[in-house]
Write a protein that binds this ligand. Structure first.
Ligand code: AMP
Length: 397
């Protein structure tokens, strides 16, 4: 079956068409600046050239219509007609406590996703618009919702509760949820598969280090902790997000800088992280790595602080699971920045970690990067959230 995977943001939409049998991506692309001047669709059939077309897109329905047109285009399309698309899998950011698994979308599910919008006001409404637009254009095609939070719903209470008045949990469901669940699930399962070991017998720590970054602890096939919280702001230092800070800093800054809550949240989400810490050198680790080698003090400080925080979470999750068998690195930074893996692993001598520097220099494959003598196995597993969403969609059907 061919599955269309849709990841819808407020003004953008990423898509992939995946053949579920071969698990190959047949075509992929991106619509940008939806509803804004200068909208553009990028479309790339597998093995073909990438095309970028500037074209007006007043809303998400129009964007999806253009995506379907590109996929069925007689010259560069990859399907003859829409009947060839057997299902659509939608990434949905927040499933609250309602969804511990992916589901087939119906009216009840849509209402529940809408209810979770309070918890993810920037993301869930955009996801709903994408679902709505697809349902308008493909009314008889089954659709699934795959939640970023679902994999983490197995966390025990002591991992997901904050030290806040309990009434806020009862009234507003304020608790830790975690995100990137599709990636943490895919990577931890894949690690077990590559090692030829049973998923249910392993203690795995996944470091998903991308522009957004999170760590998870997966014990015997179930997530027991993860570093993001009620929102994706908690945990690691990220591209532009601060991660963990003393909450009193918010009040302190409000007074000193004369900023209101919205302005401070904008600083914490958009101007902090490695971008802010590097004194605006860059949020991109390629620039930080170059800066580090050139001896730039901002790059040195930022890389060291970022890696120290990752290593602290690895330590915490080793404690949470009473040990660790496998540590996996994934996502843009985790898969590509060997220097980050090296710096993190330098803290892990107590776990008997020894890196194989030749393997650590390779890219683009599922690979063990620790030596055969290393007491803990360290791996790089390229994440593939789209494939995981396609698999979930087919499983549900
Ligand atoms: P993601 O959010 O997973 O797409 O990751 C995006 C981030 O990965 C970028 O912002 C970069 O910081 C980082 N990245 C991508 N390619 C490389 C590379 N070759 N070396 C180091 N970092 C990279």
């Amino acid at each position: 079956m061919k599955v269309l995977v849709i990841n819808c943001g407020s003004s953008s939409l990423k898509f992939q068409l995946i053949d579920s049998q071969s698990e190959k991506c047949l075509a992929k692309g991106l619509c940008e600046r939806i509803g804004i001047d200068g909208s553009m669709i990028t479309y790339a059939p597998e093995g073909g050239d990438k095309e970028k077309t500037l074209t007006p897109m007043s809303d998400h329905t129009e964007a999806i219509r253009l995506v379907l047109e590109a996929l069925t285009n007689p010259a560069t399309g990859v399907v003859k007609n829409l009947d060839e698309i057997g299902a659509v899998g939608h990434r949905v950011v927040h499933g609250g406590e309602k969804f511990a698994e992916s589901v087939i979308i119906d009216e009840e599910v849509l209402a529940a996703i809408r209810e979770c919008s309070d918890l993810a006001p920037l993301h869930n409404p955009a996801n709903l618009i994408g679902i709505d637009a697809c349902r308008k254009l493909m009314p008889s095609t089954p659709m699934a919702a795959v939640f970023d939070t679902a994999f983490h719903q197995t966390m025990p209470e002591e991992a997901y509760m904050y030290g806040l008045p309990y009434e806020y949990y009862q009234k507003y469901k304020i608790r830790r949820y975690g995100f990137h669940g599709t990636s943490h699930s895919y990577v931890s399962k894949r690690a077990a598969e590559v090692l030829g070991k049973s998923y249910e017998d392993l203690k795995i720590i996944v470091c998903h280090l991308g522009n957004g970054a999170s760590v998870s602890a997966v014990k015997n096939g179930r997530c027991v902790d993860t570093s993001m919280g009620l929102t994706p702001l908690e945990g690691l230092i990220m591209g532009t997000r601060s991660g963990d800070i003393d909450p009193a800093i918010i009040e302190f800054l409000a007074h000193k800088e004369g900023k209101d809550i919205d302005q401070i949240m904008n600083v914490l989400n958009k101007k902090s992280g490695v971008l802010g810490l590097s004194d605006n050198l860059s949020s991109d680790f390629r620039d930080l790595e170059d800066g580090y080698h050139a001896g730039n003090v901002h790059a040195v400080r930022t890389l060291k602080t970022f890696c120290y925080r990752v290593a602290k979470y690895v330590g915490a999750y080793t404690a949470a699971m009473n040990g660790v068998d496998v540590i996996c690195f994934t996502a843009g930074v985790g898969e590509n920045a060997g220097i980050v893996r090296t710096f993190v692993c330098e803290y892990l001598g107590y776990l008997g970690v020894e890196l194989d520097q030749e393997a650590n220099g390779r890219r683009g494959e599922d690979i063990v990067i620790s030596t055969p003598d290393s007491r803990t196995t360290v791996m790089v597993i390229p994440t593939n959230e789209e494939l995981a969403i396609a698999r979930e969609t087919v499983r549900l059907l």
